[in-house]
Design a protein around this ligand. Structure first.
Ligand SMILES: Cc1ncc(COP(=O)(O)O)c(C=O)c1O
Length: 386
């Protein structure tokens, strides 16, 4: 019955319709871009300063330092801590085994050593027992990744960092606007790194990133490193880079920041629909969290028939993505760690599929996804009529 209904009401739902996302605030975005274009000032100007102030206020930190992208935000944060003497070459940095490779690249780029920690299959949070076991005298930091938009911070993690004097660096690339009690993610540790890649909850019209922190010295060092190592013009006190958020992106982000909470609430409502209505014994949904603790950058589901489900949904006009098919320790760029076994992360990489979920997805589209998900039968299974 359901399969017949789907066949007659076919829809085309891309995984993410960025054109529609931008069109929501088209006029304000065009106006903001035009203002920058007409100003003749394209780097290190008022638009960046204004956005940095607004974003720091939004996250709840003293500083926000604009960067060229999220990978730079992560890499230069570690670089800055090396410059400040808080990290040194060879130090171990704890990192979840199921993350986007950029988190790990920032560690290896600085000649630090990633120590991969597996996660709990149900909560998708770090396995805190494994985390505690991994700490030794060389351990200097933890990179905590709020993957999929879920806040993954907790009291035990805070305690482990405090007890062992570890730097706690949040990778908040996927969780803009997420809460932990009365605090936003991005304000929970020593520093937090954000990506404004276009598809993120707060996305630019190109690349962008930022670091938020309450540490005055870190903010100062980061601004220096990101600007050729210049503390004052043409005086290089550190080996620097060029990594700056530009004026056009900052102006766009400042417009979109005003709608971030609203957009996240829409994502949460759609996630509620998925949780309430998707029911298929062959597909597992992640454990549901308190609503404020998840801004649903990604809505992952897990099934041993992942590739089949992806093809099935694709045949019904539903776009999906996989986040991520190969965990960092199994990537061929990291032969040193290919032998490691991190079973939960490895299993999730084989089973994960991300459903369409964004602020521009309609109720009708979400219900169409639900119906398709509920009608899915892996090959070899008898139709139950469900
Ligand atoms: C968890 C995570 N960390 C880091 C990054 C890197 O950000 P960017 O693409 O802006 O370099 C991303 C996104 O791409 C991400 O999802």
């Amino acid at each position: 019955m359901v399969a017949e209904a789907l066949a007659t009401t076919s829809m085309n739902i891309p995984y993410l319709n960025l054109q529609a996302v931008t069109a929501q605030h088209s006029e304000a975005i065009h106006q903001a871009v035009t203002t920058v274009v007409d100003s003749g000032w394209y780097l290190q100007g008022n638009a960046v300063k204004t956005f940095e102030d607004h974003y720091a206020q939004y996250i709840g930190t003293r500083h926000c330092i604009g960067m060229a992208n999220g990978l730079d935000a992560l890499t230069l944060t570690l670089r800055a801590y090396m410059e400040m003497g808080r990290l040194k070459v060879g130090d171990e940095v704890l990192v979840p085994a199921n993350t986007f490779i950029a988190t790990v690249l920032s560690i290896t780029e600085n000649q630090l050593t990633p120590v991969f920690i597996d996660i709990d299959a149900h909560t998708l949070d770090l396995d805190t027992d494994a985390l505690e076991r991994a700490v030794n005298e060389r351990t200097s930091a933890l990179m905590l990744v709020h993957l999929y938009g879920r806040c993954t911070y907790n009291e035990r993690i805070a305690q482990i960092c405090h007890t062992h004097n570890l730097l706690l660096i949040e990778d908040n690339a996927q969780a803009h606007g997420c809460w932990y009690h009365q605090q936003r993610t991005g304000s929970l540790g020593h520093a937090a790194c954000h990506s404004f890649y276009p598809g993120k909850n707060l996305g630019a019209l190109g690349d962008g990133g930022a670091v938020t922190t309450n540490d005055d010295e870190l903010a100062d060092v980061l601004r220096t490193i990101a600007n050729y190592g210049f503390k004052e013009k043409y005086v290089a006190t550190m080996l620097g880079r060029n990594s700056r958020l530009d004026e056009v992106q900052a102006a766009v982000l400042d417009v979109k920041l005003q709608y971030l909470d609203e957009d996240n609430q829409r994502r949460q409502a759609l996630a509620r629909t998925y949780y309430n209505k998707i029911s298929n014994p062959h597909i597992r949904l992640p454990q549901q969290m308190n609503e404020g603790n998840n801004v649903y950058h990604i809505f992952p589901v897990f099934t041993p028939w992942r590739d089949e489900l992806q093809q099935y949904l694709n045949d019904r006009g539903i776009g999906t993505l996989i986040h991520y098919p190969i965990p960092p320790h199994k990537q061929s760029c990291y032969p040193t760690w290919n032998h490691l076994q991190l079973p939960v992360a490895e299993q999730l990489a084989k089973q994960e599929l991300s459903l369409p979920l964004s602020q521009v997805l309609t109720d009708e589209e979400a219900n169409y996804v639900v119906e398709a998900m509920n009608a899915f039968q892996p090959s070899g299974y008898e139709k139950s009529g469900k």
